[in-house]
Ligand binder design. Sequence first.
Ligand SMILES: Nc1ncnc2c1ncn2[C@@H]1O[C@H](COP(=O)(O)OP(=O)(O)O)[C@@H](O)[C@H]1O
Ligand SMILES: [Mg+2]
Length: 434
Amino acid sequence: MRIRNKAIVYIWLPSHGFVSTGVLLVEEEGGQPLSMRFQYDKEYFEHPEAISLDPVDLPLSHMENIIDSPPEKRTFGVMFDCCPDNWGQKILSLTASEKRVEVRYFDFIVSGGFHRIGAMGFGPDRKHGPRWDFYPLQEDNDSQAVDIDLLARAFNQLENHGFHNVDHNIRKYLNSGSSVGGARPKALIEHKNKPHIAKFKSPDDIWDEPTVEYASMTLAAKAGLNVPSVSLLKTQKANIFLIERFDRENEDRKHVLSGMTMVGAKPGIMFINERHSYQDLCLTIDRFGHKDFIKEDKEELYKRLICNILLNNEDDHLRNFGFIWDKDGSRLSPFYDFTPSPSPARHLMLNLGKNKTEMSLSNALSQCEYFGLDREKALGIAESIVEVFNRWEGHFADCQVTARDLSALRMVFDRNIRIDLEYDQDAKKIMQTG
Ligand SMILES: Nc1ncnc2c1ncn2[C@@H]1O[C@H](COP(=O)(O)OP(=O)(O)O)[C@@H](O)[C@H]1O
Ligand SMILES: [Mg+2]
């Protein structure tokens, strides 16, 4: 049965707070969107700080028109970004089944709660601002201060006994991360008075993923990348990886859009079926980037590419790139979800150069001009990151990655195979150093 729902869409504008932007209509059937429609409010258009909710699908220049979602997308990029992925959808569906209510696609969009990532909010009317309990399954606790041991216990009970057997007093911890994207178990919490995302181990992990993600992100920070403050919490039950949120600054909320939205890609599993490329991300920075930081952001993107190649991160899909979007244009968000993949396939998720997705410095170098870099500069950047990453093992050991996990990781990082992949003689030389 087709159903239609309507919401007023809010956005947080710096030093103004939440303002209503317009009306969203969502038509769906069987839990899948059929189409969406949006119209900006005239008052919003006239607001001095107004920004497009989504520069590709909902440009503010279309303010007078009703905007329909592109037929091949059936949604707007920004609305897809508002929905949780596998993890959050699973938790919301389990909560719904327990309460014997149906989950609509619309619920995934509006159910994010007060702490949702980014600057968006949804409500039933223009008078009262966003309603965080708009969706009845979202148990929204205003304070995110948590007892870390209880938090770990909740995720441990989930893993060992299933969702329905998690003690009711700690269930809220599972719900707290249900609005965030991604597949891994996570929670939104406050740590040392700052908002963080907490990420947990998952039953299919080959190694202790929270510790390995912590080691990887701190290695990237050592190599000079833009990494948020991260920490590793050790509890009796498990290690928990914490990353400080870059979409909050005191009270202010920043509007975050995924790489998928910014390149205008078709949402969903397209990043597997219909390949996009690093060049698409470069062009996006050229098109929408804050003009004073285009060079810097493209250089940072190139550094991430080199890190992904060196650490065998095959999960570099478009939603693992974020953009902070404001009146001055976009900025590439700080680095996140950087961790090695256990597969030995050595393919990036995104296309790159003439050797497609091949994970080699040679492939990256062949495309350096897209990133605004001449060959000499690109070689220098690669060299300085290789120098740090060649010492990965000592760094991972310092981060308390276990001997067992180190030996599994050694196979992934197999140096000889990686050198064999290089066809550019300068790239090969760099890989052979250290
Ligand atoms: N430090 C951060 N601040 C704000 N948002 C973040 C941060 N890290 C990740 N995110 C958002 O949360 C989503 C899920 O995080 P991610 O680390 O990619 O989890 P997963 O490993 O499950 O894919 C990201 O796609 C991004 O939108
Ligand atoms: Mg991710």
